[in-house]
Design a protein around this ligand. Structure first.
Ligand code: C2G
Length: 162
């Protein structure tokens, strides 16, 4: 994983996933973010790049197709495809399934998360604010002018991207 810091070699990173005797993760600062990441675009990559820069190890909790169906959403690409694309991204170290809204505290504990990062559209949301009891919560500015629904709309109307 070359981008962040070659000095953190695979060995060091692997050791960061060991749980030390007191149950805490030793070593690296660990970041977690959530999303569907459908029709992957530059808004997503800029979010992941900035999230990765907040630590040394980035976990992405990816909405499953079933979880999205429960929200009345259907992604263009299924979970397996969206996971494959995320795992190919240099900023991403681990992809886990997001099956429900309620798993976040468990995720923070299980993966030894130091900071949860989301785009600004989630700022102040109860879905994330309660995590401040367990870790830092950071909201980053969304990238203007791009969203998955916008891409879908442009493709439907034949309009080019702005
Ligand atoms: N994002 C961004 N800029 C954009 C579009 C998206 O910064 N132009 C960010 C969103 O704020 C989010 C992440 O990219 O943090 C993923 O976006 P979506 O796939 O749309 O995620 P969302 O549907 O908000 O799902 O439990 C929370 C949900 O899983 C979040």
């Amino acid at each position: 994983m070359g981008y962040r810091n070659d000095a953190i070699d695979t060995e060091a990173k692997a050791s960061a996933t060991e749980v030390s005797s007191d149950g805490s993760y030793k070593g690296l600062r660990r970041v977690l973010t959530y999303g569907t990441f459908d029709l992957f675009h530059f808004g997503h990559i800029r979010l992941l790049r900035r999230a990765a820069q907040l630590g040394d190890y980035l976990v992405v909790a990816l909405s499953t197709d079933e979880f999205n169906a429960g929200k009345g959403k259907k992604s263009f690409y299924d979970y397996a495809t969206r996971k494959e694309m995320l795992e190919a991204i240099r900023y991403v170290d681990l992809v886990i399934p997001e099956n429900c809204w309620e798993q976040k505290i468990d995720d923070v504990k299980r993966y030894g998360i130091d900071v949860v990062v989301m785009g600004g559209d989630w700022a102040g949301s109860d879905r994330f604010e309660h995590l401040k009891e367990y870790c830092d919560v950071v909201y980053l500015d969304r990238t203007p002018g791009i969203s998955t629904s916008q891409v879908k709309q442009h493709l439907k109307t034949g309009k080019d991207a702005q």
